[in-house]
Design a protein around this ligand. Structure first.
Ligand code: NIG
Ligand code: FE
Length: 409
């Protein structure tokens, strides 16, 4: 007798057109295809005619009716847990104030810190869940969420707990990143080194509670220096935690090279990363995470060194950076579109950026492609051509979303 939970984890999708992303380039298309999974893992990816006959009676069969199927999208950089909003700062910027000016005047990240601290854990969960759900309904099955609007032990912990709960409730993977070194909280004004010390002291306690998958910092004029970031990374390394970095977003602070030196998973933003930084990233296997939403909202003009990334073989991921300040973006498909328009990625590069390379930016080897052995995370799309994923601005393209073989949207 098949167990109920096993049934939910076991299935066969027929009548599909697969975008497998197998290999290093191309969509990896398989027409007239089937997708099989067992215990939440893909155990068949290929031509329908090659499916063992018995499977049709043994498994839950879903007819894709000729629809395109991709791996579940992976949003590898978000700040989706926060309270309040910063619409008034959006208005101020439209009247000429810059992001840095607003931050120096006590707004920016610290304004979201005030709202996030004031919210109870339940209120924070209620405010944040719809954003994660919007990402899921647009095809995301794995989602990174950072802390960084708490900036004290209890509130960073609260954010990370909320992030974990979102993953449980939605039935998708949430990877948590500790971003204690995001901004200097007011109680540490003028004492940035002391604050960094506190952050390094919170980290093992949060890790002990199973709340930390990776560690991040904001290395920038309005964030933390290279020396301070290094301290945070050393604390992470001592605990065996992987690092990533908000690197070279507003200026070239050597962030790309720094995170590469620590064998980091990713350098994110990277608009101002130098050629030397790109080389260091290539040597370390550090992914460049492109965040075109922030670029777009801040009306930036300096493009990331895209040709250098390509020339040196640095994989480029694409993420939403969903956050209340620089990127109130709740669709990874829209991020892919912005990456094509602003950064001239091809639609195929954008899709690999939101799947294969995003998985790598999270250190997850078991997803990002439709291949036997990978997690059964996949999306059925209503579209006629794969390029439509990066073509439409908004709208509804998703027919169904599966995570670990279970339908989640
Ligand atoms: O990725 N650059 C720093 N962190 C965020 C913005 C956070 C905020 O403004 O609230 C980013 O752009
Ligand atoms: Fe960010």
């Amino acid at each position: 007798m098949t167990q109920a939970h096993e049934l939910a984890h076991t299935g066969l999708l027929v009548g599909a057109r697969l975008i497998t992303l197998a290999g290093n380039e191309g969509y990896g298309i398989v027409e007239d295809a089937a997708l099989g999974w067992r215990q939440g893992r893909l155990d068949f990816v290929g031509a329908l005619q090659d499916v063992p006959d018995a499977w049709r009676s043994e498994r839950d069969v879903v007819d894709a009716q000729g629809r395109w199927i991709t791996p579940g999208l992976i949003d590898c950089h978000t700040h989706a847990v926060f309270a309040g909003d910063r619409a008034s700062e959006f208005e101020q910027r439209l009247q000429g104030a810059s992001y840095e000016e607003i931050a120096r005047a006590g707004g920016g990240i610290v304004s979201s810190v005030r709202a996030t601290r004031a919210a109870s854990e339940d209120a924070l969960f209620d405010a944040s869940l719809p954003r994660a759900r919007a990402l899921l309904r647009d095809g995301v099955t794995s989602l990174e969420i950072k802390s960084g609007y708490g900036l004290d032990f209890a509130n960073e912990r609260k954010m990370l707990r909320v992030a974990r709960r979102i993953g449980e409730v939605l039935g998708i993977t949430v990877r948590t990143t500790f971003l204690g070194a995001h901004a200097l909280p007011p109680e540490f004004a003028g004492r940035a080194d002391d604050y960094v010390e506190a952050v390094c002291e919170w980290l093992p306690r949060l890790q002990e509670e199973g709340l930390v998958d990776a560690v991040d910092a904001f290395c920038e004029r309005i964030g933390f220096t290279v020396a301070q970031t290094r301290k945070v990374f050393e604390a992470a390394r001592a605990l065996g935690l992987p690092v990533k970095l908000h690197a070279d977003q507003l200026s070239d602070g050597g962030g790309g090279a720094l995170v590469a030196e620590f064998g980091g998973l990713s350098a994110d933003h990277v608009e101002h990363t130098s050629e030397a930084g790109v080389r260091a990233m290539a040597a370390a296997g550090t992914v460049a995470v492109l965040l075109p939403g922030a670029f777009h909202v801040l009306r930036e003009t300096t493009l990331p060194p895209l040709d250098a990334f390509r020339a040196h073989g640095v994989p480029m991921a694409v993420a939403t950076d969903c956050n209340p300040g620089t990127s109130p973006l709740q669709s990874l498909r829209l991020a892919m579109s912005l990456a094509c328009t602003h950064f001239r990625l091809t639609p195929q590069e954008a899709l690999r950026g939101a799947t294969v390379h995003a998985a790598r930016a999270l250190g997850l080897a078991d997803r990002g492609r439709l291949q036997v052995g990978q997690r059964a995370d996949f999306v059925l799309w209503n579209m006629a051509h794969p390029a439509e994923l990066a073509y439409w601005l908004g709208g509804e393209l998703v027919e169904a979303v599966y995570a670990e073989g279970r339908r989640v949207a």
